[in-house]
Design a binder for this molecule. Structure first.
Ligand code: FAD
Length: 466
């Protein structure tokens, strides 16, 4: 047998959950080992958040260059070198992955390549193609992330692709069918629509982006996509696909009628499943739900007291910043601190056009929670900065508690919603009221003034709307 290598805290998976947990654990004085079977940075850095945002911003610039006539910009023959777009995207990923590698090293964290498998509650075995090594740990943080779900009728092939395949396309497809109008499908579909691809989104429910975003918000994105020639079919049941050398024909059912659509590729984005099978969790008796999610307490501890779980493998929104947040909490819990998860102030963002962002309660959720709430809205169209950016679609909606004006949520649709939501997350975290936001001087002209005015609406004293 091999000689076990001893460590204090062993982290499995080096995505935004695992690498952040490892760094925090090292900062707190623990000897840390992190095991990764793929690439440092996980899904987020390699095939998720980061490359998708690089493609989205390239698509945005390409589209803007061609469609800014109303600002007096006439650009003819705007060309796209998609291999350079891909090279740009890859360079962004490489920089960040390299950066995380340096951070791990700088924090004296031992990085081990290979696949971790539980032996018992203090030992894992790390397997590579040629080796097997046992690690003995005091505490363990599982951060193994998630994988795209594969539908039986849509097995992944050259032309039936998941998000990873879509991010790696070598050419801009002339046409693309997207199955699933969630945030990943909408973001990637939108990016390719900007590059000139004819998009068809087949969504099973009655609205795209229906999970977590109100109709008023998704309607704005829908309008923008349609303006770019995208077709959005809701209540559509994707049934099957036929593939040839040059394309696919997707069959779907809508209102009881069977229809077909042809395209170069079909992108399937119907959700992700947690990576919790085949790693020996049963050897330790770690409890999972029937969806394969690991059950944790408020400190991210599983039913086994020295083993923690974070990120996409536990319940809650499968988002990178949630994984990182939980990573810090798990590391701090191991160090004996009292940190606990509070999901209320976790924002959710869609990098669509325009962007959507939400934090805390929306109106319906507040009602469900039995909170008497007030919604106060202010439009981008009444803001000088939004007008000067020529981006006037959207609004900020502030949700406050009626009795005292406490900020309990916010929804933003509009340019830069992804950055604007941070102020409202802070307001929730710090227990601020609408008055606190209204009293804060926001620079002019900025989109932040929309937030300030929404707070004034809550107080009944907006300046720029009657
Ligand atoms: P992961 O990032 O999935 O990392 C888990 C790591 O564990 C992987 O590297 C894997 O190889 C490794 N691993 C698994 N099993 C083992 C094992 N047995 N042994 C060793 N290593 C193992 N989120 C956002 O917040 N914002 C976005 O804009 C965003 N955009 C996205 C776009 C796309 C196209 C996709 C697919 C996802 C996006 N996400 C986004 C979601 C985000 O990527 C995930 O929520 C995040 O990566 C989850 O982090 P994690 O640390 O839990 O797991």
């Amino acid at each position: 047998g091999d000689f076990p290598i001893e460590t204090d805290t062993l982290v499995i998976g080096a995505g935004p959950g695992g690498y952040v947990a490892a760094i925090r654990a090292a900062q707190l004085g623990q000897k840390v080992t992190i095991v990764e079977k793929g690439s440092i940075g996980g899904v987020c850095l390699n095939v998720g958040c980061i490359p998708s945002k690089a493609l989205i911003s390239a698509g945005h610039r390409f589209h803007e260059a061609q469609h800014s006539e109303d600002m007096g910009i006439i650009a003819e023959n705007v060309k796209l070198d998609f291999s350079k777009v891909q090279a740009f995207k890859d360079s962004v990923v490489a920089k960040l992955v390299g950066g995380v590698g340096s951070l791990l090293k700088g924090n004296k964290i031992e990085v081990v390549s290979g696949e971790a498998y539980f032996v018992d509650e203090n030992n894992i075995r790390v397997l590579t193609e040629t080796s097997s090594q046992t690690y003995t740990f005091k505490d363990c943080i599982i951060a193994t992330g998630s994988t795209p779900i594969e539908l039986p009728a849509f097995k992944y092939t050259k032309r039936v692709i998941n998000s990873t395949g879509a991010l790696a396309l070598k050419e801009v497809p002339e046409s693309l069918v997207v199955i699933g109008g969630g945030y990943i499908g909408t973001e990637l579909g939108g990016a390719f629509a900007n590059f000139g691809t004819k998009i068809t989104i087949l969504e099973g429910t009655d609205e795209i982006l229906s999970a977590g975003f109100e109709k008023q918000m998704s309607a704005i994105v829908k309008k923008n996509l349609k303006k770019k020639g995208a077709e959005i079919v809701t209540k559509a049941l994707a049934k099957g696909v036929e593939e040839t050398d040059t394309g696919v024909t997707v069959t779907y059912e809508v209102k009881g009628e069977e229809k077909k659509v042809e395209a170069d590729y079909v992108l399937v984005t119907v959700g992700r499943r947690p990576n919790t099978a085949e790693m020996g969790l049963e050897q330790v008796g770690i409890k999972t739900t029937d969806r394969g999610l690991i059950e944790i307490d408020k400190q991210c501890r599983t039913n086994i007291k020295n083993i923690y779980a974070i990120g996409d493998i536990v319940s809650g929104p499968p988002l990178a910043h949630k994984a990182s947040y939980e990573g810090k909490i798990a590391a701090e819990a191991i160090a004996g601190q009292t940190s606990e998860i509070d999901y209320l102030a976790i924002p959710a963002v869609v990098f669509s056009e325009p962007e959507l962002a939400s934090v805390g309660y929306n109106e319906a959720e507040a009602k469900e929670a039995g909170i008497e709430a007030v919604a106060s809205k202010f439009p981008f169209a009444a803001n000088g900065r939004a007008l000067s950016l020529n981006s006037t679609d959207g609004f900020v909606k502030l949700i406050t508690r009626k009795e005292d004006g406490l900020v309990i949520g916010a929804q933003i649709a509009g340019t830069n919603a992804s950055d604007m939501i941070a102020e409202l997350g802070l307001a929730i975290e710090a227990g601020m009221t609408a008055e606190d936001i209204a009293m804060t001087i926001h620079a002019h002209p900025t989109l932040g003034e929309i937030t300030m005015e929404a707070a004034e609406v809550a107080l009944g004293t907006p300046i720029h709307i009657v």
